[in-house]
Design a protein around this ligand. Structure first.
Ligand SMILES: [Zn+2]
Length: 87
């Protein structure tokens, strides 16, 4: 794993790590990573984790909601169109 991937995995698992819900092997890896990685030490201090990461998740969620509503509108329109056409 390269450094960036390690940090992503670390931050992903950090909440579980705090709650002691990761496997021993993972926990050991994370303890080691936290010791050696300045970036994750800083991100770990505020329990919010990495703010950029949260922003990304919100963006992804927004896109998902948007896609779903567009899809529903399209579906309704299609149904309406076929009813109108058959009438
Ligand atoms: Zn790191």
């Amino acid at each position: 794993m390269n450094k960036k991937v390690e940090c992503t995995v670390f931050l992903d698992l950090y909440e579980l790590y705090l709650e002691d819900e990761v496997e021993d092997e993972t926990k050991q890896w994370m303890m080691k990573h936290e010791e050696t990685c300045r970036y994750c030490q800083n991100s770990g201090k505020d329990h919010e984790g990495n703010p950029a990461l949260h922003e990304d998740r919100e963006k992804i969620w927004g896109i998902r909601v948007l896609t779903m509503s567009l899809y529903s509108i399209f579906l309704l329109l299609t149904i309406w169109m076929s009813i109108w056409y058959l009438w």
